[in-house]
Each structure stands twice: as structure tokens, then as C-alpha cells.
Ligand binder design. Structure first.
Ligand code: XMP
Length: 429
């Protein structure tokens, strides 16, 4: 292994990730491990140069303080405790500043600042090869940032032993599935199975207007297609997953409270159990992107805005029809194109169009046109829990409006959603 490591033992502090990031920012790799890791396991982790115990009020679960096995103090690895009553050990009352952290990392732990993406990738390749041997790994490749980066990394590590399945549910944005096939199938030579299931999904969704029912159909059908493909393949023992560090934290560690369940794995039938290969497990989102760049993925794939699993299905409001879906895809492509041209694509967190399931009267070519409106939504947020509306210059809005009205059949009006979250969610369904 190429990198030194600082292990943070999780005693429930909400600042564990802040500290891990601060240590990584100083060039030393840091991982968070459960508080009850055995001293033997801790000592067996590769290149552990120091251990941090982050105490604080969350250390108390159901009236009892959780704690580490005191035998870790005798492993000969430097231990730093913060707000924790560890005897004999350097104990700080609060989070150390950068200078104090540097002094501890480099003078006390004698760690080397050798954490970078090249070394991370080299280490993960070595670990994946060791885990998988000559077995086969199956990966659902949606084309999102996380699954794309995992795919690129696993192709480097095990080549054709990786089988990628890309399911096009017919609700992808313009050219999205094509890009997945081009980048992975052609450029990277992946073992890629492409399933165009547009008809299957749209037939199931026909006439279904309730947002939750739509989401259930899309999610359920997705699992079924993936399961069918998995059953056709022989000798698959492993499942690749783009799980990243925030997914783990949000699902609740042993001590941290659950924010939302992370359901990357959920849904596969019990007889289809795989061992998981999750090489991005310790990365934060910006690090995943950096990893993708280092692996040579195109910027439009790596710096992609968030896109919900049910795709355009939750933006073609009410019961989805093919003509309205086509208009939605086209208007969304125009919005993205214009945002890219004027630099807003890098500035705005999420932007897209919607089409409601009603029409309004207008006039086109001197004749009555009873057609759909397109609604533009463009928001900024840090954590998607709250959001503000981007103030788009009038000239740009006018240009986008003109293009949508001229280029998208069936649309005679363009509107802008000015609602922050709360009280409007980012998506409409
Ligand atoms: P809301 O609409 O709840 O969305 O304000 C917050 C963020 O989550 C995205 N989103 C989803 N992402 N699967 C996903 O992977 C989903 O079902 C889903 N629904 C919403 C949404 O695009 C926004 O970024």
C-alpha cells in the first residue's frame, strides 16, 4: 500500500468527517472506523500512523458512554483524543487548528503527506484484484458520477472480469445512454450490456398519474430488469457499487443517527446475494470527481449535475405520454446547452425543465395553438435540504425561451419557477 493512514474511531461525533477532510487536506489519508474495532484489526490496517478519538455529547447512547477498547493505547500507535477522557494520551478540549494538526501528523505520527488520487487509485486497484481474484463483478452503470467512476476504476483493475449493465428506462436525458455506450463500450472497451427498455417502462407507466405510484413502478421495474440480466449471466460472485462516504454516514453508523436509508443495494431478491465491491467507500463527492478525472473520464460525465433515479419521469408531470416526454427531453437539452454556453452550468447546482399535463391557448403562425407550457427550474443548494432560486439574467432567459418556442414541437409557452425550498421541493414530483 502506498499511503499512510490516520484512523478516526467513530464515537458518534458529527465532526468526524470534518476532521477526516482536514487531515486529507494536509495530504494524509484518513479513514473513519467503528469505535469497537478490535486492537488487532486496528493494528492490521495498512500503514496506520495515528489514531484519533473524537468524543463529545453523542458519545452517550441510551444513557451509556460508548468507548474504545483501552488496549488500543498500548499498540505503540500515537493516539490523539479530543473532548474524551482517555488517560495518558494527548487530550485536546476542542478540534485542533491546522498548525496543531500538522504538528501531530508530521512530528508525532511521522506520517508522510502521500495522499493523492494516483496513489488512491493504485491502492484500490491492488485491493480489488486481491478481493476479486479471477471472479466476475456485475455493475449497474447508470451513467451517474459514482457508478461511472467505479466502472472506470474496476475496468483498470480487472478489465473484462467486470460486466456492466446499462438499463435505459426511456427517461434518460438527451444523448445520455449514447454517451455511456460510447465512453464505456467504445473508448474504455468495457464488457457492457446495453438494455433499451423504453417500451417496457413507458407501457407500465401509461395512464399512471400519481407521483409515488410512478416512482414505485420505475424503481421496481429497474430492479426486475437488472435481476433478469444477472440471472442470465453465469459465475457472477460480486456486485460493484458506487457507494460513497456520505451514503454511509446518512444511513447511520453504529453511533450516528440515521438521516435517510441508503438504498443502492436494496431490492435484489434474497437468492441473488453478491459480495460487494465498493472501492469509493471512503471518498467524499469532490474526491470521487477528482478520481474520475484522474481515470480519464470526460468532464461532462464527472461534473454532471445531480439527476434523480426516476429521471425525466418525475419532470413529465402526471401520466407520462411519449410526445410530452420528447418535448421535455428537447427543452431540457436546450436549457443545458444555453447554460453551458453562458457559464451558468458551472455556477448553478441543478437546472432542468418540466412539462405539466395541461395545455393553454396560444397563437402560432396566425392560428390557434393549444399546447403545453415548459417550466424552467434552476436552484442552488449545499445539501439539497434547502435551496434558493438562481437569478438568471433576463437576456439569457429570453434566448432560452425563443429557442424552446422555435425548436420544441407542441410547446407554446415558457414559465419560470421562482419557489425556494422550502416550501417547494426541487423536483415537482
Ligand atoms: P427534492 O425534490 O426532494 O430533491 O427537493 C432533492 C434532490 O434529490 C434529487 N432526487 C432524487 N435523487 N433519486 C435520486 O437519486 C430520487 O428518486 C430522487 N428524487 C429527488 C433531486 O433531483 C434533488 O437534487
Amino acid at each position: 500500500m502506498k499511503q499512510d493512514m490516520i484512523a478516526i474511531l467513530d464515537l458518534g461525533s458529527t465532526k468526524n468527517t470534518v476532521l477526516a477532510r482536514a487531515i486529507r487536506a494536509l495530504g494524509v489519508y484518513s479513514e473513519i472506523h467503528p469505535h469497537d474495532i478490535t486492537p488487532e484489526r486496528l493494528a492490521a490496517l495498512p500503514n496506520v500512523k495515528g489514531v484519533v478519538l473524537f468524543g463529545g455529547e453523542n458519545r452517550c447512547v441510551d444513557g451509556v458512554n460508548v468507548d474504545v477498547d483501552p488496549a488500543i493505547y498500548s499498540l505503540g500507535i500515537p493516539v490523539m483524543a479530543i473532548d474524551h477522557p482517555a488517560a495518558k494520551v494527548e487530550n485536546l478540549p476542542a478540534m485542533p487548528d491546522e498548525a496543531a494538526l500538522k504538528a501531530w501528523l508530521f512530528d508525532v505520527c511521522k506520517a508522510e503527506a502521500n495522499w493523492n488520487m494516483k496513489n488512491f487509485i493504485a491502492d484500490q486497484i491492488e485491493l480489488v484484484k486481491k478481493q476479486v481474484g479471477d471472479g466476475k463483478v456485475l455493475l449497474a452503470l447508470s451513467g451517474g458520477v459514482d457508478s461511472s467512476v467505479v466502472a472506470a476504476l474496476l475496468i483498470k483493475a480487472i478489465g473484462k472480469q467486470l460486466v456492466c449493465v446499462h438499463v435505459n428506462h426511456g427517461l434518460m436525458r438527451k444523448n445520455e445512454s449514447e454517451m455511456v455506450c460510447k465512453v464505456f463500450g467504445e473508448n474504455l472497451g468495457a464488457n457492457l450490456i446495453y438494455k433499451d427498455c423504453t417500451d417496457r417502462f413507458l407501457d407500465k407507466l401509461a395512464g399512471v398519474g400519481d407521483p409515488e405510484a410512478k416512482r414505485k413502478i420505475i424503481g421496481g421495474e429497474f430492479i426486475r430488469v437488472f435481476e433478469e440480466e444477472a440471472r442470465k449471466l453465469e459465475g457472477i460472485e460480486f456486485l460493484g457499487q458506487g457507494t460513497i462516504y456520505p451514503d454511509i454516514v446518512e444511513s447511520g453508523t453504529k453511533t450516528a443517527k440515521m438521516v435517510k436509508s441508503h438504498h443502492n443495494v436494496g431490492g435484489l431478491p434474497p437468492d441473488l446475494q453478491f459480495k460487494l465491491v465498493e472501492p469509493l467507500l471512503q471518498l467524499f463527492k469532490d474526491e470521487v470527481r477528482a478520481c474520475g478525472v484522474e481515470l480519464g473520464l470526460p468532464p461532462e460525465m464527472v461534473y454532471r449535475q445531480p439527476f434523480p433515479g426516476p429521471g425525466l419521469g418525475v419532470r413529465c408531470l402526471g401520466a407520462i405520454t411519449r410526445d410530452r416526454l420528447a418535448a421535455l427531453r428537447e427543452s431540457d437539452a436546450i436549457l443545458r446547452d444555453e447554460f453551458a454556453k453562458c457559464g451558468l452550468a458551472q455556477k448553478v447546482w441543478q437546472y432542468f425543465t418540466l412539462i405539466p399535463d395541461f395545455r393553454s391557448t396560444g397563437v402560432k403562425n396566425n392560428a390557434r395553438a393549444f399546447e403545453w407550457p415548459v417550466i424552467i427550474r434552476a436552484v442552488n443548494t449545499v445539501d439539497a435540504m434547502t435551496a434558493t432560486v438562481e437569478e438568471i439574467p433576463w437576456e439569457i432567459l429570453k434566448k432560452i425561451t425563443a429557442r424552446i418556442l422555435a425548436e420544441v414541437p407542441g410547446v407554446n409557452r415558457v414559465c419560470m419557477d421562482l419557489t425556494p425550498k422550502p416550501c417547494g421541493t426541487i423536483e415537482w414530483e
